[in-house]
Ligand binder design. Structure first.
Ligand code: ZN
Ligand code: ZN
Length: 237
């Protein structure tokens, strides 16, 4: 498995919004600017077939219209979106807002499937979704991708909660929210990452959704099993 960190920052930084690409055709979240960011990294978003959305904040799904429009004009029009049930309507509304006139043609042209099940298979991966705690935003999900060799998790936006502890306990790599220096009821902070990384030393934590001061502070801490990525970092597992 190859995981490319497309975005490692929070909305209010010069880093891209938190998002990842797995191998060559799977995205975890499709935030504001995602299509442009993929192009800048040499990836044409038309090759993407699977989009997993952790939750419906704009910094996690607002590039859906650009992606749908591009797919409608590409040879391969297959799109699988994995999300909560309210996502179908939200994506449709967003497409109509972004491109009112072509929206109908785009909807007709693309081969769009929604998958709401708690677990599913993508390529060689068994994927399971886990409810996490992102304050008032409900539902918010994390995902674990399992192969015979390894488990790789993505927490999405969340404060520390039971399912985050579970994910850290079983994963070899966990891409996780660490927006702030101090945790809040919506996001994890460095205190949560210190706790998780010492409790689960076998897991490597790749922090994301970072504010700039959090990034600077984390660099000073030099925690053994914590990786602070820049946009574009690729990890082969
Ligand atoms: Zn959020
Ligand atoms: Zn967010």
């Amino acid at each position: 498995m190859k995981v490319k960190v497309i975005g490692s920052g929070s909305m209010w930084t010069s880093y891209n919004s938190a998002s990842y690409m797995i191998d060559d055709d799977i995205l975890i979240d499709i935030p504001n600017g995602m299509c442009k960011n993929l192009f800048k990294l040499g990836v044409n978003p038309r090759v993407i077939k699977h989009v997993l959305i952790t939750h419906f904040h704009g910094d996690h799904y607002f590039d859906i219209p650009f992606y749908f429009l591009l797919k409608s004009r590409s040879d391969n029009k297959d799109i699988n979106v994995y999300c909560s049930k309210d996502g179908k309507k939200k994506n449709k509304t967003l497409l109509k807002l972004a491109f009112p006139h072509p929206a109908k043609e785009v909807n007709k042209a693309i081969n769009l499937k929604y998958i709401f099940e708690p677990s599913f298979r993508i390529n060689d991966y068994e994927v399971t979704k886990y409810l996490v705690d992102h304050g008032r935003m409900k539902p918010a999900y994390g995902y674990i991708f399992a192969t015979k060799q390894a488990k790789i998790g993505f927490t999405g936006d969340t404060t520390i909660c039971e399912n985050v502890l579970y994910m850290a306990s079983v994963c070899d790599y966990l891409f996780c929210d660490c927006m702030f220096i101090k945790s809040t009821d919506k996001h994890m902070g460095i205190d949560s990452i210190i706790y998780l990384s010492s409790k689960y030393p076998n897991c490597k934590f790749i922090v994301s959704h970072l504010e700039d001061d959090t990034r600077e502070e984390l660099k000073k801490q030099k925690i053994k099993n914590v990786i602070i990525p820049s946009d574009g970092l690729e990890i082969t597992i």
